[in-house]
Each structure stands twice: as C-alpha cells, then as structure tokens.
Ligand binder design. Structure first.
Ligand code: UGA
Length: 476
C-alpha cells in the first residue's frame, strides 16, 4: 500500500457512499455503513419503496432493520432517494445491490447491472469506485468496465486491460460479494467471517480496506474474477452440504441411524464444521437455487463439467416429494384431510417466500384435495399475494388456531417460536394427533409424551422414530 494511495483513500472516507438498490442486500448494507459512521445515499428507482423507507418502513422483515433505519434517518447519515443519476453523481464509492434474477435457461439476468453501469457512465463527475455486491458471474466486472467506457463516449478511464485509473473521468470496478443471510443480515454485516475484495488497483483496494477496517475480520483481497467466483463457490458449496446431509438422512431412515447424531459426529471434525448440516425439506430462498443454476450455467458456458452441482440441484428438488411421501405415510389419503401448516417463509427470521420449499409442498397437497390451514409468524401477507384464501386455503392467527380440527400438523419452517409450543394444548384441539416435522425441530421424546404420532427426517433410530412409540398405534 503506497503512502499516496492510503492518503487518497482517507480523503475519500469523508465523501458520501451511494448504494443502488434498496432490497434485502442494499438496505442492510446501506444502514450498516451508516452505522460505521459513513454518509450514505440509498437509491432505488421504485419511488413507492423509497417513500415507505423514508417513512421508516424497510418494506420487508429483517430483525433489527426497522430500528436501525429509524436511527439513521434521524442521524441524517442515511438518505433514501429515487433519483438514481443524482445519487451516482453524489457518491464516490457506489455499491451495486440491484437484482440479478434468473432467466429461463438458468443464466443470471444482468440487465439491471448493465443499466446501472450506463447511468454511472453518463454521470461521471470525478473518480468513482463501482462495487459489485449483487451476486454476478465471473467476468461481470470486465463488462462493467467496458460498458462505462462505451457509454461515456470513450471518455471514461481506464479502458479494459489498461493501466490503473487516473484523471477526472477515472473509475475503478471492484467485486465485494455479500455473505448476508436473510434473517441475520445485520449480524452478518457487523460480524463477518471474512470480507472479500476483488480489486484491480491499489486505490480501489485502499478504499475498500479502509471502509471495512472497523469490522476487524480477515480480508481476502483478490482480482475481480476471483472474488466473483468466491461468492458463487460459497453458495454452491453450502447447497451441496445441505443436499449431502439430506441424502445421509434418507440412509439413516433405512438403517436405523439418527441423522442429528451423524451431523454432530462429522461436524465436530474441524475440516467439515457443524453448520449447514440440518437435514430436512431442502434449501429454498432467492439465493441458493438461483445462484446454483447460474454457477452451473457458467461452468457449461466455459465447457467445464460440473455435473456434481446438477446432482445437488436434482437432490434438492426431490425433497418436496420426499416430504409429501411422509405425509402420505402418516395420514394415508390426502384428499379431504385437514392439514395444519406451521411455517411458510423459506427459512426462519424472514418474511421471504421466494422459492420456499413450503409453498411447493402446499401446492401438491392442495392439488391432491387437502384442506390447508396456514400460519407463519411473518410471511402470511406475502403468501396471501400468491396464494389467496379459498375453500381449501385458510390463514390462521396462531399455531393453535392452525391445529383446530387438523388430521395432521406439518412443520415446514424452523421458527424458534414453534419449538416453544405447548404440545398438549395443540393435541387437544386436533382431530388426530399426528405431527410431520420437516425440520427436525422437535424433541421426539417430548412429542411422544404429549401423545403425538411423530414423523421427522432421518431419525431411523427406533428410539426416535415416531411410529414405534406412538400411543396405542403400531404402524409399520
Ligand atoms: C444464503 C447464504 O447463506 C448467505 O451467505 C448469502 O449471502 C446469501 O445466501 C446470498 O447469496 O445472498 P440465505 O439465502 O439468506 O443466505 O439463507 P441460508 O441461511 O443460507 O439458508 C438457505 C436455505 O437452506 C434455507 O431454505 C434453509 O432452511 C436451508 N438450510 C440451511 C437447510 O435446509 N439446512 C441447513 O443446515 C441450513
């Protein structure tokens, strides 16, 4: 790090940061940076969303976000705007947090990322560091550079492959992938395991290292393509870990083993680690399914046989049928049965239902003629938008309400509040006390004690398996 470049970065520290896109990544990032003491402009071209954010509503559920938003609207360090061009002109470090949805062929749709590059090109009024935070395929940074040079009529600098940025129309592009989990976004922002900075100049490196300095965690500084690949590889690896333990759980059921104990047994090995070894109905959400497909597409595009990941995807998709099979095993015919569903969000701590496995399961149960009573602590409004109430679908106000007259309860999202439920009270209002647990949230002994017939995942050990200890019923 040269002396000059360090002082340059320090000067830039006082200039505003612009965050483009105020969704699940952009808003926590913007508010996190404001909390670190920076002046942040958050821009989104959705004026309605910006209006709500200005009024203190983050527009989605994320623990702690409402409070942090209120705090930094008040401190004046966070300014939400809908004029993207003005926000670009005002910032010297510009974070791209726009959506990268999936195209029909699995490829990432980078239309919004390119649009941002064009706006930057047309509004360059001094040095800017353009930072990719959205998950993008490797070499997107090179496209960003090329686009900025093109749309600034060639006046911007540097052209791809040229020397580091200098002069009034200078810019840099960096990749700084996010590793924020929904439901834990702020925790992950303030306590990251690592920060990855893909840069192509000392100036860009110094700016990012300075920016994140207060977070005091390992920094991995690489080139831009490597940083882009790290993000894809991380999500793909975690998806693979989940599919792996899910297959182990199927085997556990066959051989009389307990997947929880297997996960603990292998997870205590430092080389494997204990996280992301919870077997269940499979992974969902906006990130894993989409990012895995984009990674597979990237490999195919470059002639690399990464069929391992295709298998991960295939195994994950098969979890839906696995779970519906368990429900059939538990209650026999689905038609006309009343099923209480606990959990709609793709995981606990969020109101997000994008690619939620729960909704795929609900769709099959609905098609088969079950009557569904649904409850989730946060995700009911989002679910109602895609699955309106009907003769077959009722939204409930609590888990106890869901259980009313049900022939079975299905646990689909691992909310902590479900763990605390009064099982005897639930049983008391059900038609038949059957519990099918897609997340292994409950302690089998407690469930059996409360008089439930219990079906969970990967608990083939006779001491844990529900069918062996249910009161007075011997299903084999
Ligand atoms: C994931 C990554 O964990 C983040 O690091 C990353 O930044 C983010 O994607 C992203 O790319 O933006 P997220 O999608 O919020 O975060 O959720 P996870 O906590 O990773 O869970 C994903 C899915 O896997 C959920 O459906 C969850 O229920 C499931 N899961 C997770 C399991 O089935 N088993 C586990 O052991 C862990």
């Amino acid at each position: 790090m040269g002396e000059n470049s360090t002082s340059q970065a320090t000067i830039q520290d006082n200039t505003p940061i612009t965050v483009l896109g105020l969704g699940h990544i952009g808003l926590p990032t913007a508010l996190g940076l404001a909390e670190l003491g920076r002046q942040v402009i958050g821009a989104d071209d959705d004026s309605r969303k910006v209006g709500l954010i200005r009024g203190g509503d983050p527009t989605f559920y994320e623990p702690g976000l409402t409070e942090l938003l209120a705090q930094h609207l008040k401190s004046g360090r966070f300014q939400p705007v809908d004029d993207v061009a003005a926000a670009v002109r005002a910032g010297s470090i510009i974070f791209i947090c726009v959506g990268t949805p999936q195209k029909a062929n699995g490829q990432a749709d980078l239309g919004q990322v390119e649009a941002v590059a064009q706006v930057v090109a047309r509004n360059l009024n001094g040095y800017k560091l353009l930072v990719e935070k959205s998950t993008v395929p490797a070499i997107t940074a090179q496209w960003l550079k090329r686009t900025i040079v093109r749309y600034s009529s060639g006046k911007a600098y540097p052209a791809p492959g040229s020397a580091p940025a200098a002069g009034p129309m200078a810019f840099d592009v960096a990749s700084n992938p996010e590793f924020l989990r929904e439901g834990k976004a702020l925790e992950d922002f303030f306590h990251p395991n690592r920060i990855v900075c893909g840069v192509e100049s000392e100036r860009a490196r110094d700016l990012l290292v300075n920016l994140y300095g207060p977070l005091k965690c390992p920094m991995v500084v690489t080139n831009t393509s490597t940083a882009e690949l790290i993000k894809h590889a991380a999500n793909a690896f975690l998806s693979m870990k989940i599919s792996f333990i899910n297959m182990v759980s199927d085997l556990c059921e066959k051989v009389g083993a307990d997947v929880g104990a297997v996960a603990r047994g292998i997870g205590l090995d430092n080389r494997i680690g204990p996280q992301f070894l919870d077997a269940g109905i499979g992974y969902g959400g906006y990130c894993f399914p989409k990012d895995l497909r984009a990674f597979i597409h990237l490999a195919e595009e470059h002639g690399v046989d990464f069929s391992l990941l295709q298998e991960v995807e295939h195994l994950n998709q098969s979890r839906v049928e696995m779970f519906v099979g368990k429900v059939r095993q538990a209650i026999w015919n689905l038609q006309g049965k009343t099923l209480g569903v606990l959990g709609l969000a793709f995981k606990a701590g969020t109101d997000d239902i994008r690619e939620a496995v729960s909704l795929k399961i609900i769709e099959i149960l609905r098609e088969e003629g079950s009557i569904l009573r649904l409850y989730d602590p946060q995700a009911i409004p989002n679910t109602q938008r895609v699955l309106p109430a009907s003769e077959q679908i009722a939204y409930c106000t609590s888990a106890y309400d869901v259980a009313q007259g049900a022939h079975a309860l299905l646990l689909l999202t691992e909310w902590e509040e479900f763990r605390e439920l009064d099982l005897a009270r639930l049983r008391g209002v059900m038609e038949v006390p059957v519990l099918v647990d897609g997340r292994n949230l409950f302690d089998p002994e407690a469930v059996h004690k409360a008089g439930f017939e219990y079906f969970s995942v990967g608990r083939g050990d006779p001491k844990l398996a529900g069918t062996h200890t249910s009161p007075g019923i011997a299903l084999k």
